[in-house]
Design a protein around this ligand. Structure first.
Ligand code: SF4
Length: 512
């Protein structure tokens, strides 16, 4: 027996007695309400004051801020898609009070207006969340991740190739000058030596003119003449280009022509985790309980040199020093340990070979030739090698890190390694073995080790994996934020702030 099919009433012309309000259509604990409430509690007076006044009316910055943060929370990063959502999506319409700014307004607000204000707004949101008790600013987990810039990967400028090109010009100037000297030698004269040791655009021009003057009226080789003409026409222009590129590079090794603030970095973003060189930014982030508590941007590929500024930024913005900081071996340098010690922060920061050291200890495997295993007599400041030979202090030297941090290295040398039966196992140098010891680093590493293997240290190391790394995973994979939309470090700073706020508010909306 067939049963009667019943369809629900479908009538597009059905009228309501009372028109529905958008507010009725937004569920009570929907993330859009969280964004709305939190941003309503944030002081944006500085942002409001940045409007000049006069002319046509402007969209309210609080509304635009809410819309953009909510858009980032919904994985909408394109200003055109945000504009579309403001016309089609009830939650966006409710949030914007049915204001409909176009994509240019959204883009200008995001890229220009927010530049000086977003970081402060982000910190206010973090403080609000801390007051709610969902995160703490006392214990932070730090790590870095690289995000691709809005630039093509074939737009590179390499510092090394600029250096090579400059060297090539210098070499050719030398060859031309050698030719002048040869001509003058035949005439038993000595020309005035030009100075092009450290070449720049003026020195190149002056040297070419000097060579030209010296060879004026002489019967010179056709090839030399051609080279001189080429040099006059091209080298000053090329040199001007190299100087301009070096000014953009500063201490970096590369940059992208499309986004000169972006540096080429190895990014493991394919499914096989193969590193690919792409223009990008190194984002340094602190988290607590999977909430982002702070972020800074670095243009260097290594994390080591970024920690000092990152911690200083936290202290400056929250007016409070974290009590503990946990980070991986990428941050375990003498400079970082010293800085954290000076700031009285307990550092659960691994150093290179920490894990290997632990594994070797478990397997009771030690290398008797390693400097750490050699016997040391404090009274005589002497090490003793495995053959029992004294290794006397032969002096010390100081070196500076990239950030200008000074390190003191002490050197010790064996008296005679000739004919030693252990030599092949001990060292590869042709001379007697020299070992270098940095006592401050040795002390700091021992301190770090004690902390890392303590009960609290083991717990912190475990938490680091599911705290800060999980945040990067959420941003890159769940929020699909793998490439910046904007160009230039100031605009990229705004974008990372927006994604950080979106991440925090999304997590908070799931937690309450
Ligand atoms: S090679 Fe030199 S330093 Fe090494 S064990 Fe022999 S004597 Fe000592």
């Amino acid at each position: 027996m067939s049963r009667k099919v019943i369809f629900k009433t479908y009538n597009q012309d059905q009228l309501s007695l009372l028109p529905p309000s958008y507010d009725d259509l937004v569920p009570a604990h929907h993330p859009v309400r969280i964004v709305n409430t939190i941003i309503d509690h944030v002081d944006i007076s500085a942002l409001e004051k940045s409007y000049k006044g006069g002319g046509t009316s402007s969209y309210h910055p609080r509304m635009l801020l809410k819309v953009i943060i909510y858009a980032y929370l919904r994985n909408l990063y394109s200003s055109r898609k945000i504009e579309q959502a403001l016309h089609e999506n009830i939650h966006f319409m409710w949030l914007s009070g049915q204001s409909k700014p176009d994509h240019n307004t959204i883009n200008d607000f995001r890229g220009k207006r927010l530049q000086k204000h977003l970081k402060k707004i982000f910190h206010q949101v973090v403080v609000l969340l801390a007051e709610e008790g969902v995160l703490s600013l006392k214990d932070i987990f730090v790590d870095g991740t690289k995000i691709e810039a809005n630039a093509n990967r074939y737009t590179f400028v390499w510092g090394k190739s600029i250096k090579t090109s400059k060297e090539r010009i210098k070499k050719q100037l030398n060859e031309l000058w050698s030719y002048v000297e040869k001509v003058y030698k035949e005439e038993q004269k000595t020309p005035n030596q030009p100075d092009f040791e450290a070449i720049d655009i003026h020195k190149i021009e002056a040297t070419i003119n000097q060579i030209n003057d010296a060879l004026k009226g002489k019967d010179i080789d056709k090839k030399v003449k051609q080279k001189l003409n080429y040099a006059k026409k091209n080298w000053p222009t090329n040199m001007a280009k190299y100087q301009k590129q070096e000014a953009i590079l500063k201490a970096r090794n590369s940059y992208s022509k499309t986004d000169p603030d972006a540096t080429f970095m190895r990014m493991k973003d394919d499914h096989l985790q193969n590193g690919q060189l792409k223009p990008g930014y190194n984002i340094q982030a602190s988290t607590n309980n999977q909430y982002l508590t702070n972020y800074t941007l670095a243009q260097t590929t290594a994390d080591t040199t970024t920690l000092k500024d990152h911690v200083a930024d936290h202290i400056e913005n929250y007016n409070e020093t974290p009590q503990t900081l946990t980070a991986d071996a990428g941050y375990g340098s003498e400079e970082n340990y010293t800085d954290l010690e000076d700031k009285n922060i307990t550092a659960f920061v691994k150093y290179n070979y920490f894990h290997k050291e632990q594994q070797d200890k478990k397997k009771e495997k030690t290398n008797p030739f390693h400097p750490d295993q050699l016997q040391y007599h404090k009274e005589t400041d002497t090490y003793y090698c495995p053959m029992g030979q004294a290794m006397a202090n032969i002096g010390s030297y100081k070196k500076k890190t990239q950030n200008g941090f000074e390190q003191e290295i002490h050197r010790y040398q064996a008296q005679n390694c000739q004919g030693c039966p252990l030599r092949s196992l001990c060292h590869k140098s042709k001379d007697n073995r020299i070992i270098e010891r940095n006592y401050n680093l040795i002390r700091l590493k021992a301190k770090a080790k004690t902390l890392l293997i303590s009960e609290q240290g083991i717990a912190k190391r475990k938490q680091r994996c599911w705290d800060v790394e999980a945040v990067f995973g959420n941003i890159k994979h769940n929020m699909n934020f793998k490439r910046f939309m904007l160009r230039g470090i100031d605009k990229v700073n705004v974008e990372i702030g927006l994604i950080a706020m979106a991440h925090n508010l999304k997590k908070y909306s799931l937690a309450i």
